[in-house]
Design a protein around this ligand. Structure first.
Ligand code: FAD
Length: 467
């Protein structure tokens, strides 16, 4: 039996960051991963491969549709899809190898196999015939999540697929049926729409990216329609089945109660993710999951057992890599007796379409629900010199500030480089800045960030200077 101060189960962004931080704080640390590669969902089948394909498809789209306006003539570009997927695989491989190196550098012992609790302090690692037992003073569960499914739908991973399979297809779908207009669905649908697939999005609610301020969903809908994507909002999927060996049929109830049928060559089910604890044998540790499958934790990510912690997608809160990482660092520091704090409502959320969508803080709907009085300042990218120069004039920045104190309560952006712009808003809000604070900070010209300054000018009541 091997003894460790900290055992981490799962090597996604929650697990590997927790292991690194624990080791840096002087703890003898082990990490257990059931897959051959480290990095979890994020590196293998999530953030990184999806962004690799988003980037490749964006290059293709721009070369096909926008170069000419910039005065660049090229012969009609073609997609080498096998190369696109191979490049994505290489990006994933390099990133996973990077985590492997970080484990070595930080002297973390890696165990490959499924980790399960024998009792509250002992973890058994099962890899084929080999078994190893580890004793941990502290244990951090970071086993992540898996794609959710709809009741009665059987995902065969061939033509009825999840986000995992759609990242490694061998052909571009001609006719992709996409169930779910959330973040993951919109990103992956965008990839294939740019590559020429006919993409039809069937969404249960009446909006896209429903976790965001509704103004962003409305704008994304308009923009994505221009890309040729079709949307069927407020449609409830009833069944997904094969209509032929290579054809899939989705039946859905339209808002008027009529049944509508869609046929395609692939159906991507992107209806969210569920926490993953299979095989962990939590009961041996005296821990049970809640009714939705999450491991219950307190505000410090401590489970019912004081020395067992849980972080990332397997616990409450947004299922985001950077949220998992913040919890990872915080838990390692708490083990060391420190008292870190995470502002959960200041975790930015991003959709990597183009234009990108990014948000931090409260949405307008949330402020209305909690009866907070607020002012809105909005600035369209159409009025930005930088955006006109790059032909990225779609979208806007919306700043919500408290009516009395001017404190920034939420920032919602759809526009070029929104994913990067949101960092300034998150920083300002961590320091509880007023809209006037951002408005009076000198922003370089011409930059997309001037749009945040202008929206802050408007929200603070000083008045936008360029719109
Ligand atoms: P995971 O990354 O899921 O890692 C859990 C690990 O635990 C896995 O490697 C698993 O094999 C291992 N494991 C599970 N059980 C055991 C066991 N019993 N023993 C040993 N090992 C075990 N988030 C963002 O912030 N930005 C994005 O752009 C983004 N894009 C995404 C795109 C897609 C297509 C998907 C699917 C997700 C995306 N996400 C994104 C979400 C992000 O990937 C997750 O929030 C993040 O990976 C969660 O990290 P985690 O460490 O909690 O779990």
């Amino acid at each position: 039996m091997k003894n460790f101060d900290v055992i981490v189960i799962g090597s996604g962004p929650g697990g590997y960051i927790a292991a690194i931080k624990a080791s840096q704080l002087g703890y003898q640390t082990a990490i257990v991963e059931k897959y051959p590669t480290l990095g979890g969902t994020c590196l293998n089948v999530g953030c990184i491969p999806s962004k690799a394909l988003l980037d490749s498809s964006e290059h293709f789209y721009n070369a096909s549709n926008r170069f000419e306006q910039h005065g660049i003539r090229i012969s009609k570009p073609e997609v080498d899809f096998a190369q696109m997927i191979a490049r994505k695989a290489k990006v994933v491989e390099d990133n996973c190898r990077g985590v492997e190196m970080l484990m070595k550098k930080n002297k973390i012992t890696v165990f490959r196999g499924v980790g399960c609790f024998l009792d509250p302090n002992h973890i058994q690692v099962k890899a084929n015939e080999n078994m190893e037992t580890l004793n941990g003073t502290n244990i951090i569960i970071a086993t992540g999540s898996k794609p959710s499914n709809l009741p009665g739908v059987s995902i065969d991973k061939i033509r009825i697929i999840t986000s995992t399979e759609v990242l490694s297809l061998s052909e571009i779908p001609q006719n992709l049926l996409l169930i779910g207009g959330g973040v993951i669905g919109m990103e992956l649908g965008t990839v294939y729409a740019r590559l020429g697939s006919k993409v039809r999005v069937i969404e249960y609610t009446d909006t896209l990216i429903g976790t965001f301020d509704r103004a962003l969903g409305r704008e994304l809908l308009k923009i994505s329609r221009k890309l040729g994507m079709e949307f069927y909002l407020s449609h409830k999927v009833q069944s997904v089945e094969y209509s032929n060996i290579d054809r899939v049929r989705v039946s859905a109830l339209a808002p008027n109660g009529q049944e509508v049928q869609f046929e395609g060559d692939y159906c991507l089910v992107a209806v969210g993710r569920r926490p993953y604890t299979e095989g962990l044998q939590l009961e041996n540790a005296g821990i049970s999951t809640d009714e939705r499958g999450f491991i219950p934790v307190d505000e410090n990510c401590r489970t019912a057992m004081p020395h067992i912690w849980a972080i990332g997608d397997v616990v409450r809160g947004p299922m985001l890599a950077h949220k998992a990482e913040e919890e990872a660092v915080a838990v390692a520091e708490r083990i060391a007796g420190q008292k870190p704090h995470i502002h959960y409502h200041l975790i930015p959320n991003v959709v990597y379409t183009w234009p990108e969508v990014a948000s931090v803080g409260y949405s307008e709907e949330q402020l209305k629900n909690q009866n907070t009085s607020y002012r809105v300042g909005q600035f369209p990218f159409m009025a930005s010199g930088r955006a006109r120069a790059s032909m990225d004039t779609e979208g806007f920045v919306k700043v919500l500030a408290h009516s009395d104190t001017d404190e920034i309560l939420g920032v919602h952006i759809i526009g070029p480089r929104a994913a990067d712009l949101i960092a300034e808003a998150a920083l300002a809000m961590e320091f509880r800045a007023a809209a006037e604070d951002i408005a009076r900070i000198c922003h370089a010209h011409p930059t997309f960030s001037e749009a945040l300054k202008e929206a802050s000018l408007a929200a603070s009541g000083l008045g936008s200077l360029n719109f």
